[in-house]
Design a protein around this ligand. Structure first.
Ligand code: NAX
Length: 327
């Protein structure tokens, strides 16, 4: 039998945490033969709720779950973890300035990055879910210089999956038959969902949809604004789809992407496709042996170029804002 892997979920008493921890305990993230020990972190006001989640995990009697650590101590939470899913953060409340939200999250991610750096297992893989996801991940990277940059990523897989879902509904095909959409850039409304290389059963999506106006308009805005549509309908933000996407992200990263398929991940940009280097930018990637590689050589038309640049500018501005919060 395999040794258990320790998986950290921060913000585990929140909505996404509640959907995510049972998925991890059922083997959806790391595989049906991989035992896990869950580390759950939240802040003191949520300690009682966090303990309730722990009680439910015990009650669910998951065969793969070999232990649960529920704590408000960041060092205890980070100790020995090989996977860290960072869902905890400070939400934007009505009337708050962008800078104030950024400043709260910069301080959270700065301190949690040090705890991870000092106490996590070597080669720990980090996924930041909490918004602003790309910039929180960047802060984590900057303040944990001993964690390789390639181990720090942010979640854009939910946006990727939303794009697959929209194409599948439009063409009335199985979502599993839609492949190789791309989310470029920031996990925000400037993200660019790109179908120029996407296929269904090997045929280009553009040829199948035969409606460039929809693909260049409503499709893009629907994916960009899907989070807001969920809030409007459910009165809460996306949780089960976010949790599922987090599992997809880690699973593909650790176990590899299928041959001929790429996925979207927010990763430390090397300037590929002439987007800004030194920000966490979502690219198409393939994964093998626990490492991601940016898919190279895709043609970028003029329409796409503008969109790649626009979301890159926003990420550069966010980076500057984050740095201004440090001083
Ligand atoms: P909740 O407010 O339900 O949960 C957040 C939890 O984090 C709370 O329990 C809170 O006590 C905890 N927390 C706050 N500060 C913390 C700290 N310093 N250390 C540990 N825990 C802390 O939000 P939820 O709906 O679960 O969303 C979590 C985050 O995911 C938000 O930032 C949200 O914006 C972001 N999202 C990101 C998505 C993505 O695709 N990247 C999509 C879904 C989601 O909107």
């Amino acid at each position: 039998a395999k040794e258990p892997v320790r998986v950290l979920v921060t913000g585990a008493a929140g909505q996404i945490g509640y959907a995510l921890v049972p998925m991890i305990a059922r083997g959806i993230m790391l595989g049906a033969d991989q035992p896990v020990i869950l580390h759950m972190l939240d802040i003191p006001p949520a300690a009682e709720a966090l303990n309730g989640v722990k009680m439910e995990l015990v009650d669910a009697a998951f065969p793969l779950l070999k232990g649960v650590v529920a704590t408000t101590d960041v060092v205890e939470a980070c100790t020995g973890v090989s996977v860290a899913v960072m869902v905890g953060g400070f939400p934007r409340k009505e009337g708050m300035e962008r800078k104030d939200v950024m400043s709260k999250n910069v301080s959270i991610y700065k301190s949690q990055s040090s705890a991870l750096e000092q106490h996590a297992a070597p080669n720990c893989k980090v996924l930041v879910v909490a918004n602003p996801a790309n910039t929180n991940a960047l802060i984590l990277k900057e303040f944990a210089p001993s964690i390789p940059a390639k181990n720090i990523t942010c979640l854009t897989r939910l946006d990727h999956n939303r794009a697959l879902g929209q194409i599948s509904e439009r063409l009335n095909v199985q979502v599993s038959d839609v492949k190789n959409v791309i989310i470029w850039g920031n996990h925000s409304s400037t993200q660019y969902p790109d179908v120029n290389h996407a296929t269904v059963g090997g045929k280009p999506v553009r040829e199948l949809v035969k409606d460039d106006e929809w693909l260049n308009g409503e499709f893009i805005t629907t994916v960009q604004q899907r989070g807001a549509a969920i809030i409007k309908a459910r009165k809460f933000s996306s949780a089960l789809s976010a949790a599922s996407a987090a599992c997809d992200h880690i699973r593909d990263w650790v176990l590899g992407t299928p041959e001929g398929t790429w996925v979207s991940m927010g990763v430390y940009s090397d300037g590929s496709y002439n987007v800004p280097a030194g920000v966490i930018y979502s690219f198409p990637v393939t994964c093998k042996n626990g490492e991601w590689t940016i898919v190279q050589g895709l043609a970028i038309d003029e329409f796409s170029r503008k969109k790649l640049d626009l979301t890159g500018v926003e990420l550069t501005e966010e980076k500057e804002l984050a740095y201004s919060c440090l001083s």
